[in-house]
Design a protein around this ligand. Structure first.
Ligand code: TEU
Length: 520
């Protein structure tokens, strides 16, 4: 494949390996399963695949606790299979992105085991953040999963873990930590990875001395200035291979966010602002406008994400009466949801995001319209649930294995029996299914090639969100129009209907929560 800037406009599909496809029937997804479904992904029409961590791991945090960055967990397969998967996807025209997790390792990683064995004051402990015995934790920090991010070792020292206790944080001031991650990048680029998704990319660096958080001072472990230098050296490595760096950056301040996207830093990063907005045209337009306005000056492409493995599934979120924009809000148990409404909106949201300029990230199962599942408390595996004292249901509800032919059985998480109705095989032959909508939309999106910038239309109609883009290749104009309001909307004259997210009224008008693509 050519060394183009493909990441600027790609449709990238997130494969949560543990729950994608189970090749050996043990209830856990694996690489063999992914390989067998590559034709499905190619037919869906995505340009790249992002694989969540598949490395050797005790799976205390679904694989985001890595014991060996250069080995595949036996539950998923082998390194040889990973290389074959990357090559086979490439033959079908899909690039592969691997997940790298630089903030922390597993407590089963050789480095951490050696640090525990070597004891207080040892050079092995300098790779982490150990602190001597004290009755109280060394500072006032609150962890990313809530609670105190410090645990004690048997010898009484504390160690820092911003996530679960099984995920000790690395000391990014140590040159060996930097070297190791640069070697890991090369390891995966050598094996054909076209990019990396950088986990928790705004963490890693910590203020010297690990001072307590104090609102009058810069945050001690979030968005530190030292990070930019780390990513500049990663960029130099990525450029050698023509690979892309994709940051997972949760940072509400758009200006600070785009600093990571300067031309010598990350190529791109997930835009979580858009995902954090409720189903409201003014809110969504504000996010689109803000995103485009802040990305343009640094020359970075916008990205659009509706879901991932950490957040409530789209059809469920949009089906909740109290839709406040969910991303920064913890999940809750038993929230009343209107799935028919959520599905209608999710279909419209798919056409909206796929028409915007930039790259789009799809999370597995979004194309099947899967809802969030409420997992019984005693079966929840996500450490976030335990860390919240059982208040937060955690993230397992969006990680349930995909239904291919019927509801998968066995399965590492319980699958609702009615999931047979969402099976990919059944949807493939139903022109009205979510899967058919995504397939058609992705094909049309490709046919517009490098469409030009967005021009807003009908800005004076508060319940309508509409814009046009003109294809550079043939000058054809592509219009996206979404109706959020109760009044049916008249489609512009002299246009051809390409695709609708739901039925038009008998008079050919656009009903509420419905989107269309038109050609002008
Ligand atoms: O998530 C990082 C992150 O910021 C999360 O704490 C996020 O705020 C939370 O999940 C929202 O509900 C990444 C991974 O995506 C996540 O799955 C991992 O658990 C985490 O890093 C630790 O590696």
């Amino acid at each position: 494949m050519s060394r183009t800037e493909w990441w600027r406009s790609a449709a990238i599909y997130q494969v949560y390996v543990r729950s994608f496809a189970d090749g050996n029937g043990d209830g856990t997804g694996d690489l063999d399963g992914v390989r067998s479904r590559l034709p499905y992904l190619a037919e869906l029409g995505v340009d790249a695949l992002w694989f969540t961590p598949w490395y050797l791991s005790p799976l205390a945090d679904g694989g985001y606790d890595i014991a060996d960055y250069r080995a595949i967990d036996p539950a998923f397969g082998t390194l040889d299979e990973a290389e074959k998967l990357i090559a086979e996807a490439g033959e079908l025209g899909m690039r592969c992105i691997v997940d790298v997790v630089p903030n922390h390792v597993s407590d089963q990683h050789e480095w951490f085991k050696a640090a525990l064995a070597a004891g207080p004051g040892s050079p092995e402990r300098e790779l982490f953040h150990f602190r001597p015995y004290s009755p109280e934790p060394p500072n006032n920090w609150v962890g990313e999963f809530g609670g105190v991010p410090w645990s004690r070792t048997e010898d009484g020292e504390w160690y820092l873990h911003l996530f679960a206790p099984q995920q000790p944080d690395l000391n990014w001031d140590h040159p060996r930590v930097r070297e190791e991650h640069e070697e890991v990048l090369r390891f995966w680029f050598e094996r054909g990875a076209a990019g990396v998704r950088i986990d928790s990319a705004a963490l890693l660096a910590k203020a010297e001395g690990l001072p307590s958080t104090d609102p009058s001072r810069p945050h001690p472990f979030h968005d530190r200035p030292e990070l930019h230098d780390i990513y500049r050296s990663w960029r130099r490595i990525a450029e050698e291979y023509g690979a892309a760096l994709i940051g997972e950056i949760w940072l509400p301040d758009a200006e600070r966010f785009t600093r990571y996207l300067r031309p010598d830093e990350l190529h791109t990063a997930f835009n979580f602002d858009f995902m954090s907005r409720p189903w409201d045209p003014a809110q969504l337009w504000e996010s689109i406008d803000l995103t485009l306005a802040t990305h343009a000056p640094v020359g970075a492409p916008a990205t659009w994400v509706l879901a991932n493995h950490d957040v409530t599934r789209t059809v469920t979120r949009y089906g909740r009466a109290e839709d406040t924009g969910f991303a920064f809000e913890r999940k809750r148990f038993s929230v009343p949801t209107d799935l028919a409404l959520g599905t209608r909106r999710a279909r419209a949201a798919a056409l909206l995001t796929l028409a915007l300029p930039g790259a789009v990230y799809l999370y597995q199962g979004e194309e099947l319209g899967l809802p969030e599942v409420e997992i019984p408390r005693d079966l929840i595996q996500d450490p976030m649930h335990a860390r919240s004292g059982g208040v937060d249901p955690g993230r397992d509800g969006c990680r349930v294995p995909l239904p291919w032919e019927g509801a998968p059985e066995p399965s590492w998480l319980p699958v609702p029996p009615d999931w047979a109705g969402y099976a990919a095989e059944r949807q493939a032959y139903d022109p009205g299914s979510m899967l058919s909508l995504y397939r058609t939309a992705l094909r049309l999106r490709r046919s517009f090639g490098e469409a030009g910038p967005l021009r807003r239309l009908r800005a004076d109609e508060p319940r309508v969100l509409s814009f046009a883009r003109t294809a550079q290749r043939d000058g054809v104009t592509w219009i996206c129009l979404v109706n959020f309001g109760p009044d049916e909307v008249v489609l512009p004259s002299d246009t051809e209907l390409l695709l609708a997210s739901g039925p038009l009224s008998p008079r050919g008008l656009l009903p509420q929560d419905t989107a269309v693509w038109l050609r002008a």
